[in-house]
Ligand binder design. Structure first.
Ligand code: FES
Length: 67
C-alpha cells in the first residue's frame, strides 16, 4: 500500500527504513533520499514506525524469555 503518494513510498518501504534505524517520519523520508512535500503522510508513517518498534520490542522480550 502506498503511504506517501508524493514520494512513492509504500508501507514496506517505511518498515525497511525503521529496520535500518529510522525512528521519525523525517528519517524515513531521508532513508529513501527524500524530504516531505505535502506532509499528509506524516501521521501514517508515524503509525507504522510505532508498529515496527513495538514488534521489535516484542521479539526482544520473547528472545530474553527463551534464554
Ligand atoms: S504524501 Fe508524503 S509528502 Fe505528500
Amino acid at each position: 500500500m502506498v503511504i506517501c503518494i508524493c514520494r512513492r513510498i509504500n508501507d514496506e518501504g517505511v518498515r525497511e527504513a525503521v529496520r535500518s534505524g529510522a525512528r521519525c517520519p523525517d528519517s524515513v523520508q531521508a532513508h529513501h533520499g527524500q524530504v516531505f512535500n505535502c506532509g499528509r503522510c506524516r501521521c501514517a508513517i508515524g503509525d507504522i514506525i510505532c508498529e515496527e518498534v513495538d514488534r521489535g520490542q516484542d521479539q526482544e522480550v520473547t528472545l530474553v524469555a527463551a534464554e
